[in-house]
Design a protein around this ligand. Sequence first.
Ligand code: IVH
Length: 751
Amino acid sequence: MTQAEATKRHAQLVEEIRGHDHAYHVEAKPKISDREYDRLYHELLDLERNFPELVAPDSPSQRVGGEPLKVFKPVRHLLPMLSLDNTYSQDEVRDFVKRVQKLLPDEVLDWSVEPKVDGVAMSLRYENERLAIGATRGDGTTGDDITANLRTIRSVPLRIHLSGKGGGMQKKQKEFFDSAGSTLEVRGEVYLTKTGFEKLNAERQAAGEEAFANPRNAAAGSLKQLDPRLVAKRPLDVVVYGLGKVEGAITHPHTHTEVLAWLKTLGFKTPQCVWHCHSADELIAAINELDRIRKNLPYETDGAVIKLNSSAQRDRVGFTAKAPRWAIAYKYAAERAETKLRDITIQVGRTGALTPVAELEPVFLAGSTISRATLHNEDEIRRKDIRIGDMVVIEKAGEVIPAVVGVVEAKRRRDAAPFDFAKHLHGQCPVCGGPISRDPKYVVWRCENLQCPAQATRRLEFFTARGALDIESVGGIVADKLVERSLVREPLDLFELRLEALATLNLGNEESPRIFGEKNATKAIHAIERARTFPLSRWLFGLAIPDVGKTTAQDLAKFHDTIKDVAKSPLLADILSYHEKQSALPGVRREKPERYERLKMEIAEIRGRLIESHFAARSKSKADKEPGIVTKVGPVVAKSVLDFFASEKGGKILRRMKELGIEPSSEKISAAKAATLPFAGKVFVLTGTLPTMTREEASAKIEAFGGKVSGSVSGNTDFVLAGAEAGSKLEKAQKLGVKIVDESEFLKMCR
Ligand code: IVH
């Protein structure tokens, strides 16, 4: 075969295989048998082997290629990927329609309703008609680059034709089109079909691997794989339902209907059923119809998505901070099932909390087989009078852990005894046999043994989790074994682990050993080393300080340089004494009036310091007699953090981090950085009620972007942020010619 013949045949084969991929994976209408397809595919492979220069990145042979990745690179979306607000009732749907109509008075609105696919959001970026980047949603602005994984999915086109060939362009337009500058971001969902999920789980169980809880987790878990060859084996699929950035394309669809039709002509798989509605009544009818048919859809759905059809109208109603105002998700009620409660077991959490778990006769519910459900705590069991052997009703909604909602008393056996928590545990921790107690103030029983291995394992799992120190290879069974073999008692022990000890760790048992291995161990050690300089917020979160969640950890990290600064934070001490002094104020006024004025001055001083540091904002206007503050964290958190580091345990952690040379990187906003923020030096006044944000949220945002909030309008005011029923401040602003913005303009300024 000559080079010219090979080139020609290669082009034919690529075209033909692409057509068959589309027919099979997008249209579900195969035109040839699997055997014939394989023949074409192998011919392509042979040809590319003999003429390697013909291999192009968008050849069907290149869906899986290259070596496994080390990490996913971050990628910034060209337009943010937003989320959706949820509604749960017909009334809320009506309210939503009214809300949008109010924003677009006198305009005719039409809507689409489509299934809310329960998968993982993704964005596909095509540059010059070729798939360039595929990414996860991430935080909406930046996601993980999972191009290699998404390429393995055959319903993801590697190549599209914006010009002609189904691109929807007229011939005469063609000469004006230059694909060289085109960019197209397509948004959609990666999912696993219900049957694909069942098959995958059956295979995993047969291979002794843990089953996935539901198709969504399975899809998410698959996309997290660093080796695309493993991903290619998972029965993943995609459906696309929207656009991100579009540049250089000929067609500019004006409505969602046109967007979906265009995406379809480009070769994408779009939602199978879409309703077109003109009123709230029609929307509700569509939602109900979807509810009736959704069990027959190949993928799991957890709701319906309602979207305003017209792009121009969408632009006019805009977005809130996290979601568009022109769309909403309607979530279907949780599904329920009845099954037998075989037993109640007790799980030990990282703080020693003992959580009762229902061990159930397996039952299929909302897309997965359920054999365990949470029972929350002793009081819940007593309130619902749940007894071992009962028939119970379980409920599951979306990602929520299934829960036991009640019992079918009519089906109770006569000899079923009420459940006695302490007796069931023989008064001891089910894992370490240590003493247990229940503080009468709380609903939780706890294991009091600080050395309890179950607690150590949970703490280790928490510390190594993705949102914390991201040492995932040390989660699950590895954490179990590290604790069991006494290699790790506390998370910080990880930093003294030796490669050999980890590499020879047996994850199985004596009879059938399963060794962790050098390669995995090296990977884990790298991740551990990387964690040494992880941002301070991750450390504050990972150390599991009571009351410190992710957001609080981030707030603390913005205002403190090092972990020691947090431990001895004057800001936190100020918050505590501010609240203490505030609550002492009325008593002092009554009993020691001579102290009253001084106390007030002290409070004002602390308030001033907190506001100056930006750790707090004024909550009321200056005109108020007793101006309060809204602090980044409240007194409960402040106390909890200070107590944690003052305790023996906290002190030990600080000392050990120092000895180990662990230095989390600072996320503190410096004065210099603050000066470059978009609202640096700008003074805002808030008035009226904003459509979606509270005053505190708006103030927090202004301050986060470097601005100040003032109580009254003056010559110094830069902006008045006005909502509904704004009063005299608005008038004054108009008189003084101060710029007035509404919430949507304000949010645009924040981007
Ligand atoms: S539109 C700006 N349409 O649901 C609007 N989302 O809970 C973006 N989802 O993040 C979303 N099916 O991952 C849209 N037909 C559909 C959807 C859908 C599933 C997901 C999507 C989104 C999440 C919000």
